[in-house]
Design a protein. Sequence first.
Length: 294
Amino acid sequence: MSEFMQLAVNGVFVGMLYALLAIGFVVVVKGSGVINFSQGEVVLLGAFMVAWLLTDLGMPFWIGIPVAVLAMVVVGMLIERLALRPLENESMLALVMATIALGSVIRGLVPMIWGDGLRSIPPLIDQARYEWLGISIPTTTFWSAVMVLLLLGAFGLFFSRSRLGLAMQAISDDRVAAQSLGINIRLVNAVSWAMAGGVAALGGFVWGSLLGVESRLVVLGALIFPVVILGGLESIVGAVVGGIVVGVVESLSAGYLNVYLGAGFSTVAPLILLLLVLFVRPHGLFGRPQIERV
């Protein structure tokens, strides 16, 4: 039982870190309606930005992290303005292909700017572990999960209390109706990409601290899609719940099934769960079904 609880708790906390990656994806879908296939590359760029500021330039954390977030906010706005706004009247396929091309560009630029070697991010806190009732959690993972919860609360307040957040909700519900009411679609698009850039900097900091900063970090982008599809493309809460579900399934599979089905089964298990959920709820756990009359 203790082994099961340890695996389950590990899965919950790792799932919260998956949710951190997914939140930026959901914000873009919610605000601009674009399915962003380059979010993994944007997180990679954020990780290298953090490593450069903290390691190469020697900035303290209390300066380097906010500067990295602001820099990635600007990057997000530039992506929207230069790569996507010229295609705003094009089909969704054109927008999706633009994000795929953007991801390829970022993957090529990162090693050109910073090289392809492994970089490290100085630890913000002691690399110890918390022990509680026989369950052990790394301190970095614990506080990263706390940060995700704080982000979730901040986004909840933003979308429910601020004028801009309510405008993004309106656009998510009905883009044409929102535009007819005078909502500035371009401004909302820019803000959604800016927010995704800022979240990518935080995600790059967290995952770079755990795994190191290198080009292979981009594979984390593949983990975003099971999480957001499982939770619902436009749901922040769904991103967190989906991340936790994926993390727990992955952890339990690694602990109990990999020995029988192969070392890679824990990677496949969340995708199998995703297929099963989609058979029952194609719009995800927290997504809204869309009915179109033709």
